[in-house]
Design a protein around this ligand. Structure first.
Ligand code: SIN
Ligand code: MN
Length: 258
C-alpha cells in the first residue's frame, strides 16, 4: 500500500464535512481507497478466513467467521490499512488530537449464513468494560466487498450520537457476539425524530462514525459476501482505565499513529 508514511498526504476534511459529522454522527466516502490496495486486502482475507486463531470468532449457527479481530498483528497489509493517511488524517481532525488503535476487526458476513447485529452503540461496551471516560472514539468502516441493500449493510440512526449512552441492555440472543444493545422502545422513539442511513457502495468505500451512533445490521441472505473492516481509534488522552478483555478486543499499545 503506497505512501502511508508521508504525512503530507494525510487527507483533510473541509468545514462542511466536520459540521455534517457533528450533526449526523457519520461521514461516508464512496470508493475512497485505491482499488489495487483493496484487491490485495481481499486476496489476503481468503487466507485469514481459513486461520484457526483465538481472535477469529465464528457465527452461532454455522462455522463461518463472524469477526476476525486484530488482523494488523499478523498482516502487513492490514497494519498499513490501519495507518492509511486517508483514514488517519480525518480521524485525527474529528477527534482533535493524537489517536491510537483501540480495536480492529474484519466482519465478513458470509453469503447466506452471515448473521445480524442488533441495535447498539459501540461506546456503551467501552465505557462499561474498559472504563473509557469519554466517547472520543471513532469507528471507521472500510468495504472489502461491494455493500448492497441485499448483503447485510449497516443501518445508522442519524444524529442518535447526541443522546449520549442510552441505557444499555445485554443482547446475547440476536447476535453471536454478545453486545450491549439498545432496546426497541428507545429505537422506536429515536426513529420518530431521526432518519435512517444505510451506506452502500463499491469496495474501498469508507465511513467514519461517532462511537455513540446507534446502528445495527440484518443477516446476509444473499449469495454474495459482505466483508468490511471496522477500525476503531481512540484519543490518547482518553485511555481505558481497566483491561478485562483480551488484548485483541481492546488494545493496550497507546503509541500515537503517525
Ligand atoms: C456488522 O458488521 O454488520 C456490524 C458491526 C458493528 O456493529 O460494529
Ligand atoms: Mn458496532
Amino acid at each position: 500500500m503506497g505512501q502511508i508514511k508521508d504525512k503530507t498526504k494525510l487527507m483533510q476534511l473541509n468545514d462542511a464535512d466536520i459540521s455534517s459529522f457533528y450533526e449526523n454522527g457519520i461521514l461516508f466516502f464512496p470508493g475512497l481507497l485505491d482499488p489495487n490496495d483493496i484487491m490485495q486486502l481481499r486476496a489476503e482475507l481468503d487466507e485469514i478466513l481459513d486461520l484457526d486463531r483465538p481472535e477469529i470468532l465464528r457465527e452461532k449457527h454455522s462455522n463461518r467467521v463472524r469477526c476476525a479481530f486484530a488482523p494488523h498483528t499478523y498482516s502487513k497489509n492490514y497494519y498499513q490499512l490501519m495507518q492509511h493517511p486517508s483514514i488517519v488524517g480525518p480521524v485525527r481532525q474529528l477527534l482533535g488530537g493524537d489517536i491510537y488503535l483501540h480495536q480492529f476487526s474484519i466482519n465478513p458476513k458470509a453469503a447466506f449464513v452471515g448473521e445480524a447485529w442488533g441495535w447498539h452503540q459501540d461506546y456503551a461496551t467501552w465505557q462499561i468494560e474498559n472504563k473509557i471516560a469519554h466517547p472520543e472514539l471513532i469507528n471507521v468502516g472500510v468495504f472489502l466487498d461491494e455493500v448492497t441493500e441485499f448483503n447485510g449493510p449497516l443501518f445508522f440512526i442519524l444524529g442518535s450520537h447526541k443522546q449520549g449512552v442510552i441505557r444499555p441492555e445485554i443482547d446475547a440472543e440476536s447476535t453471536s457476539y454478545v453486545l450491549l444493545g439498545v432496546d426497541n422502545n428507545a429505537i422506536t422513539n429515536l426513529s420518530r425524530d431521526h432518519g435512517l442511513f444505510s451506506p452502500k457502495g463499491p469496495p474501498g468505500s469508507v465511513w467514519m462514525f461517532h462511537s455513540n451512533l446507534v446502528h445495527a445490521s440484518n443477516a446476509n441472505l444473499s449469495a454474495t459476501r459482505r466483508a468490511l473492516c471496522t477500525i476503531c481509534y481512540n484519543r490518547v488522552d482518553n485511555l481505558p482505565k481497566e483491561h478485562p478483555r483480551a488484548e485483541w478486543e481492546a488494545h493496550s499499545d497507546f503509541t500515537p499513529i503517525l
